[in-house]
Design a protein around this ligand. Structure first.
Ligand SMILES: Cc1ncc(COP(=O)(O)O)c(C=O)c1O
Length: 452
């Protein structure tokens, strides 16, 4: 790995110009002082001073194969030489090849594809397709969710990132159901005695709303805390949607691509959605690509109906070539098996932290996708910070812990009152030990603030 700074600008200038002239996302701008990163390889990235950081969350849970995967880099290079761009109205070798490969790895029956350039665009496509296909309008989403930042996807986002857009900056017709959260059920139940009331309530909503086109779920909720549904939930949701002629959309932007030990999280319950959206790991995040995959019935509808959607960069050849390389790498490296095996090791290590820290409320995960949930009080399960505090720019306990870990050379994603631990799937046991040790040490900050 190199660690040289840019020749034109000093490192201080790079950080200053970045903060001064560009937006830092999802934050107040004052006080933003971004770290200058010069390189990344495997499970590490490097700052301008040459300090190496273990990437314990694969950046935004997206660098699944690890940084600088050679096959992905070469695919981009070769495609740039061969055919960097042609409009979406043409057939290309990469488009055909990737589409064929997708029929192999996606849940069976999802055989027609729309390529966009981000997760949020994939969801915008899903909403438009669902509305065009069903002729209905409403979308049911869940509160603990994130589906993207554009007008449709932010409307379907349950977490506080939506609030600034209420009500004018989002599409109408989105309503929210309670999420699945067996640690802290939003409707006060306990599994399994609950008979998955959170799924049954979705049926109650559909029956009483009318005009519902689709239900969108993150099969395993990502940023909002790795919420894993009990085994009955997805099959029941599938039944409910079928009974009411409502489409089921699985947003697998974060949970797809071997993260949970399966190609897609829905595969854990053998449930096939009508529409599956994804992005992030599809190219190892090396090039922006989003995918909206639909079933044959939806595809058939558009044989004789106008498909009223598209982008200049739809099926952009440069975005498709690294997806082929990434999928082949995932197969070669047997990442599903690896996520299951190493994920179990990671889980064991994280679980072992719980009895040692009064601030840990819950540790949960599946495959290489884990959350450590912090609470001020283990009985009451109340979080250290809230959405209101995040938006108000209040320093959050989890951010202080993440900063301390960065000091120790470990990067972790913090959100509100929990961490999402989702390293590249190539991580070793030693690296897991190192990441968990850094978290163990930094958690003293939260333990000191637990309610007496
Ligand atoms: C579940 C989920 N859906 C959609 C998105 C939006 O994807 P993008 O940031 O590529 O637009 C994200 C991003 O984190 C996500 O986690």
């Amino acid at each position: 790995m190199t660690s040289s700074t840019s020749e034109k600008l000093s490192s201080a200038q790079v950080s200053e110009l970045t903060a001064h002239l560009t937006y830092g996302t999802w934050r107040r701008q004052k006080g933003w002082s971004p770290l200058h990163i010069v390189d990344a390889e495997g499970c590490y990235f490097v700052d301008a001073a040459g300090k190496k950081y273990l990437d314990f969350s694969a950046q935004l849970m997206c660098v699944t194969l690890g940084h600088k995967n050679r096959a992905v880099i070469e695919a981009i290079q070769q495609q740039a030489e061969r055919l960097a761009f042609i409009g979406p109205g043409y057939a290309t070798q990469v488009r055909a090849e990737l589409a064929e490969l997708l029929t192999e790895v996606l849940p069976k029956g999802l055989t027609k594809y729309f390529f966009a350039t981000s997760g949020t665009e994939a969801n915008e496509a899903a909403f438009k397709i669902a509305r065009m296909y069903t002729g209905k309008t409403k979308i049911i989403s869940r509160y603990r969710s994130y589906h993207g930042s554009t007008m449709g996807s932010i409307a379907a986002t349950g977490d506080p990132r939506r609030w600034a857009m209420e009500p004018a900056g989002k599409i109408p017709g989105v309503i929210f159901a309670p999420e699945v959260n067996c640690y802290k059920c939003p409707i006060g139940h306990t599994y399994p005695g609950c008979n998955i009331a959170c799924a049954e309530y979705v049926e109650h909503m559909i029956a009483n709303e009318s005009d519902v086109a689709a239900v969108i779920v993150e099969p395993v909720v990502g940023t909002n805390g790795v919420l894993i549904p009990p085994k009955e939930y997805m099959p029941r949701l599938r039944q409910i949607c079928d009974a009411h002629g409502v489409l089921l959309i699985a947003d697998e932007v974060m949970s797809g691509w071997c993260r949970t030990g399966k190609w897609f999280a829905m595969d854990n319950w053998n449930v096939v959605p009508d529409i599956l959206t994804t992005a992030k790991g599809i190219t190892n995040a090396a090039i922006p690509l989003g995918l909206c995959a639909t079933n044959e019935k939806i595809a058939a509808h558009f044989e004789d109906h106008f498909f009223s959607h598209g982008h200049t960069y739809e099926a952009h050849p440069l975005t498709l070539a690294p997806a082929i390389a990434s999928i082949n790498e995932m197969k070669r490296l047997k990442l599903n098996e690896r996520a299951t095996e190493m994920g179990a090791y990671l889980g064991e290590k994280l679980m072992a932290l719980k009895p040692r820290h009064r601030s840990i409320g819950d540790v949960r995960g599946i495959g290489m996708f884990w959350a450590v949930d912090l609470v001020k009080n283990q009985q009451k399960k109340n979080p250290f910070n809230t959405g209101e505090e995040k938006l108000a720019g209040k320093p959050l306990v989890v951010d202080r812990i993440a900063a301390k870990m960065m000091g120790n050379g470990v990067f972790i994603q913090a959100w509100m009152s929990h961490f999402v631990i989702a390293p590249p799937l190539i991580i070793s046991k030693d690296e897991i030990d190192r990441g968990v040790a850094a978290l163990d040490e930094a958690l003293a900050l939260a333990d000191a603030e637990v309610e007496a």
